[in-house]
Design a binder for this molecule. Structure first.
Ligand SMILES: [Zn+2]
Ligand SMILES: [Zn+2]
Ligand SMILES: [Zn+2]
Length: 150
């Protein structure tokens, strides 16, 4: 594979000193194409649809590695035991989770770059990303709640 066809995230993987194995690139590609939240089972199925030779253990190792590099992050919705993996585009990911219907509403802008810079200075840490989760009622559920009392 030529370097020009690498996604920025695959380049990060390589720049961090990791081999771009077929399993790693396929897992990354599946998560990138999936966009939003995917469980490990969904990722496994999609990876196998692309290349059935990639085993379950390789998929889980690749997910662990991508998580360590802050390229993806597991999130837990509805206190389920199975996490769904989300991409951290440009190192961050934000959403609101409705506590009633578990709908996930994604949003782009967080305005947290100042806070991140403050934290780095104050805590002497080097941040590579963040995952921001808000909880509350979505518009549909809050409308339902209102009408239930009327
Ligand atoms: Zn999300
Ligand atoms: Zn809702
Ligand atoms: Zn952010």
């Amino acid at each position: 594979m030529s370097n020009t066809s690498l996604s920025p995230r695959a380049q990060r993987l390589r720049d961090a000193g990791h081999k771009l194995t077929n399993a790693r690139l396929t897992v990354l590609g599946v998560v990138e194409r999936g966009g939003g939240h995917l469980t490990s089972t969904e990722i496994l199925n999609r990876v196998n649809a692309v290349d059935a030779r990639i085993g379950r253990a390789s998929v889980f190792r690749a997910l662990d590695l991508l998580t360590r590099l802050s390229i993806i992050r597991p999130t837990y919705i509805d206190s389920s035991i199975t996490p769904t993996y989300v991409l951290l585009p440009d190192g961050h990911h934000h959403h609101v989770i409705c506590t009633h219907c578990n709908r996930v509403i994604e949003f782009e802008d967080c305005g947290l770059s100042k806070l991140a810079a403050d934290l780095e200075r104050r805590l002497h840490v080097q941040l590579s990303g963040h995952l921001l989760e808000f909880y509350g009622l979505c518009d549909r559920c809050s409308a339902q709640e209102r009408s239930a009392f009327n």
